[in-house]
Design a protein around this ligand. Structure first.
Ligand SMILES: [Fe+2]
Ligand SMILES: [Fe+2]
Length: 171
């Protein structure tokens, strides 16, 4: 029998120092996200949907916060970063629908594990590049003031999504 109880489940992703991006607001949100993701993935069946709904609400805030920052600082590759957020939310909402309408709880649980794998990569690429840029332009997420705005050189292509900024372009 593979009658696993939730006590046997281990979350795919747990918080670790290599997820720290040294931007307090982002790190705090990411930590909450990883904790919510883990508690959803290991939730008993009767708590799974409620936990997933909470996770989606948190994710909506998490992503819209980053999208706002990208707009505030006129972040070059913001479009593709925001597109990835939207794609993940779309998949989550569809999984919720199938969990609620079809009672497909294994799908919801499996997706939370896959999101753990996705997030590990997203945080270390797109979010890492964003955090670095926000620090470079001295953006304050509380006041939303950009203290050291940067002009992109005329004609220069915006940096690619998830690819660290070319140091040689920095003046
Ligand atoms: Fe993020
Ligand atoms: Fe992000």
């Amino acid at each position: 029998m593979t009658d696993a109880t939730t006590l046997d489940l281990q979350p795919t992703l747990t918080w670790s120092d290599d997820l720290v991006l040294n931007m307090d607001k982002m790190d705090q949100t990411h930590r909450e996200f990883v904790d919510l993701l883990a508690s959803t993935e290991t939730a008993p069946d009767d708590k799974l949907i409620d936990s997933f709904i909470e996770l989606i609400a948190h994710t909506e805030e998490h992503f819209s916060g980053e999208n706002q920052w990208m707009q505030d600082v006129d972040f070059g590759p913001g479009g593709c970063h925001a597109d990835e957020h939207e794609m993940i939310l779309k998949v989550m909402r569809e999984a919720l629908r199938r969990g609620q309408v079809d009672g497909n709880l294994p799908l919801v649980r499996q997706l939370t594990g896959e999101i753990g794998v996705w997030f590990d990569g997203h945080a270390k690429s797109m979010d890492a590049v964003l955090a670095m840029y926000l620090k470079e332009v001295q953006y304050d997420p509380v006041t939303r003031i950009v203290h050291k705005p940067q002009e992109r050189p005329e004609g220069a292509a915006p940096p690619e999504c998830g690819v660290p900024l070319d140091e040689t372009q920095a003046s």
